[in-house]
Write a protein that binds this ligand. Structure first.
Ligand code: ZN
Ligand code: ZN
Length: 181
């Protein structure tokens, strides 16, 4: 989102402007609409951008591999450095910070790249469609969130019958112990 900040660059230190953000960002193979408000403040050397933006991205669940939409909140805080002096047009030296954001020679501050970077950081490495996602059956690949598959109940039944055998055996020994007292 390009914002012309020539007026703000001419304003006194501490001057503020606020902008509504409504931008479509192409990320993670899809388009995400980013919305919110940012405040721009003139500092002695830059324009400080601060704001909270909201968006949603399509991600793949790391357990069941289904696509789902995950909301993201982006707390943006970035300094943008002008490459030329707004009054004289003379080039300005930039700080030695790697990847610092700049305001171009037409006094355009572009938020797009910062929003994209904040989104990349906010997308979880191993997203889950829900906290208790049941995942896929390891033998047939069925999505267990949609209900049990044909291989799972058989295994559960056999385990359950073994458990019942064990419990009844214990019951017998307990009863015998009680009887001898
Ligand atoms: Zn899942
Ligand atoms: Zn299965």
């Amino acid at each position: 989102m390009p914002i012309n900040v020539s007026q703000l660059l001419k304003a006194s230190i501490g001057s503020r402007r606020s902008y509504e953000v409504g931008e479509t960002i192409n990320i993670a193979g899809g388009n995400s609409v980013v919305q919110g408000k940012v405040g721009l403040m003139r500092t002695d050397r830059s324009i400080l951008v601060k704001g909270t933006l909201r968006t949603e991205v399509e991600v793949t669940c790391s357990r069941c591999l289904s696509l789902f939409s995950r909301p993201l909140t982006l707390n943006i805080e970035e300094e943008y450095f002008p490459i030329i002096d707004v009054v004289s047009g003379a080039p300005l030296s930039l700080p030695e910070e790697p990847g610092c954001f700049t305001i171009d020679e037409h006094h355009i501050l572009d938020l797009t790249e910062a929003i994209r970077q904040y989104m990349l950081i906010a997308i979880p490495m191993k997203p889950l469609c829900r906290e208790d996602c049941a995942g896929l059956c390891p033998s047939c690949g069925h999505n267990l969130n949609e209900g049990p598959c044909n291989c799972l109940p058989r295994r559960t039944e056999s385990r359950l019958s073994e458990l019942i055998k064990l419990t009844s055996a214990n019951d017998v020994s307990v009863n015998e112990g009680k009887g001898t007292k």
